[in-house]
Design a protein around this ligand. Sequence first.
Ligand SMILES: Cc1ncc(COP(=O)(O)O)c(C=O)c1O
Length: 354
Amino acid sequence: MLNYRAGLADRPVYDVTERPWKIKVNANECNMNLPPLVEERVMARLSHVAFNRYPNEEYDDLCEQIARNFSLAKENVLLGSGSSEIIEKLFYCFGGTKKSRIVYPRPSFSMYAIYANAADAEGVPVELEEDYTLDAERFVKTVKESGANLAVVCNPNNPTGTGIPLRDVEYIAEKIDCAFLVDEAYVEFYGQSAVGLLKKYPNLIIARTFSKAYGLASSRVGYMLAGADIVSMVSRAYMPYHMNVLSLVVADIVYQMRHEFVPRIQMTIAERKRMAGELKKVEGFTVYPSETNFLLARYDRAQELNESLIRQGIGVRSFGNAPGLTNCLRISMGLREENDTWLKAIRLFAEGRD
Ligand SMILES: Cc1ncc(COP(=O)(O)O)c(C=O)c1O
């Protein structure tokens, strides 16, 4: 008989099982590998890695580079194995007892509920409006009334795509006293960041990732920006040398060469606009405004459509009956030809010709 820790068997699981998709638009990834110029530099750098040494300098180099870009100090930056690790550690740091409440919008990134559970905290969801906008006043009220330790918003929001206006983010930061995390995983497709508010609001924390706009999901690199005191406390939750040197040097080069990614970010935004326009024309489709690299659409026959797409090797994200997301499908923007293919498959299904 193995005695695992209490609650482990009941912990919700995030299913990441995949199939060999012909078109994979289900995980908000970038559908292009690194730009050739960046890849060349990465490969050259990897041939100089000291595999026998623990990563010290490489961690500092990336922190310094990120800090410089935002006119912050190295002490304001903490790296993680994807922003997933950053968020998980923040929930851990502000969790710990059933009285530790963590407030986040719903629907939003489904991992927030899982991290709250794993941190032995109580997750307190605040329902979004029908059009998926956030009522900032109601959010603040819930944070205060629940005596929350941590409040989280995702801006722009996954999976709805909705952006929270910066004035609402600032309103929340101003009104609440607890730690306030703004998850900016998709910010490069939006352009409105809360980074400029960091110096004004010492409770503010920003999480970013290399996985989306910078197409580095494989390497698992994310970072957090916050006051030096928060960074120092949250660092205590990490093991020494938690980032591997391969990911650190790859991310360092990608960040140095981030201007190389601008054309593809612009292309993704253009595709998002084009596909939103096309999808809206499909009978029965409601398409929500998006500020990200994906679209969320509602369709009465979403489950059946998803099954048809699966049969054709097209992977989109279906939400089934998840709270607030009944009959919703989320589709990441792929290459133009990929987008044309899934759109055609959807059109044929809607016309009964699949
Ligand atoms: C809103 C949001 N935050 C964080 C993450 C985690 O990304 P990563 O761990 O790859 O940095 C994701 C991934 O999909 C996301 O959608």
